[in-house]
Design a protein around this ligand. Structure first.
Ligand SMILES: N[C@H](CCC[C@H](N)C(=O)O)C(=O)O
Length: 285
């Protein structure tokens, strides 16, 4: 496989969710977990997720996207990163409706005149095998987890990646790092999970703090905002359209009645770009 040194990168963010984009369509190269961890080191290119673009398998898609967390693990979906690659692709080609292929399926994007981006994140899944959970816990919208009674029941959702959402009285009061890290590794989640602490500010407005699988505490997580909006609607706390306020800013989430798809809308920002050097990849095995 060709080396990564010399490759052009773009560093972006979606609401402070740090995104590294590597467009590998012209000369595909593998990005190993060790290479991802090397690049994500402090002082190199710290990111939460790397969005890796490969040649599409189908005719209509601009690229096939692979998503790596900063710990080198793979994710099936990343909402904020998808907005970033949609904006990049629209700037490159002029197509304001780029489509991507991902492990979680097709991602239809719309880049709006104001620069914000909507992504059709597909349908949520609620089955214990789909999330996945280690065992059948019954209805997945309100499940008490042993050891976490004070948090109340969790709602489990797959948005192409696993999410557990806790609705709490005061999201700001939760020790997100300690509780999130413990829950991420709970044996109920055989593939670990992204952990959300949500507070209903109004029936159409949710405050959200997220501990991400493989990336830890982030300023925003698009799929967690989608999972939380769906969980809020499913448990009768909200309607199908909500504003989700994360530490990095706001997303609008609409769970479409017609086809059950979840559409996420929010901003993107370009930070800087450059070329990967051997030193940046130095520790990569
Ligand atoms: N930040 C991303 C989610 C990454 C999910 C990842 N942490 C995992 O499922 O392993 C987002 O905006 O949706």
């Amino acid at each position: 496989m060709p080396s990564l040194a010399g490759r052009h990168f773009v560093k972006m963010n979606g609401l402070g969710n740090e995104i590294l984009v590597l467009d590998l369509r012209d000369d595909p190269a593998e990005v190993t977990p060790a290479a991802a961890r090397a690049l994500a080191r402090p002082g190199v290119l710290p990111f939460d997720q790397a969005m890796l673009l490969y040649p599409p398998r189908g005719g209509e898609a601009a690229a096939s996207v692979r998503i790596l967390n900063s710990d080198g693990s793979e994710s099936g979906a990343c909402g904020n990163g998808t907005r970033c690659i949609a904006a990049l692709e629209a700037a490159r080609t002029g197509d304001m409706h780029p489509v991507f292929e991902s492990a979680a399926g097709r991602l239809d994007c719309t880049v709006h005149p104001d620069g914000s981006v909507s992504v059709d994140m597909g349908v949520p899944h609620f089955g214990w095998r789909e999330i996945p959970l280690a065992s059948d816990v019954g209805a997945t919208e309100a499940v008490r987890m042993p050891g976490y009674d004070l948090l109340g029941p969790a709602s489990f959702v797959s948005m192409g990646n696993p999410h557990a959402v806790f609705f709490v009285p005061m999201a700001d009061a939760v020790d997100v790092a300690a509780t999130g890290a413990a829950l991420e590794h709970d044996p109920l989640f055989p593939e670990r999970a992204n952990i959300s602490f949500a507070e209903m500010l109004a029936p159409d407005h949710i405050l959200l703090h997220v501990w991400e699988r493989g990336a830890g505490r982030t300023r925003a997580c698009g799929t967690a905002a989608c999972a939380t909006a769906v969980a809020a609607a499913r448990t009768g706390r909200a309607g199908r359209r909500v504003r989700v306020t994360l530490p990095g800013g706001d997303l609008t989430i609409a769970w479409r009645e017609a086809d059950g798809h979840v559409v996420m809308t929010g901003p993107v920002a370009h930070d800087f770009s450059g070329v990967l050097t051997p030193a940046m990849l130095a520790d990569a095995a």
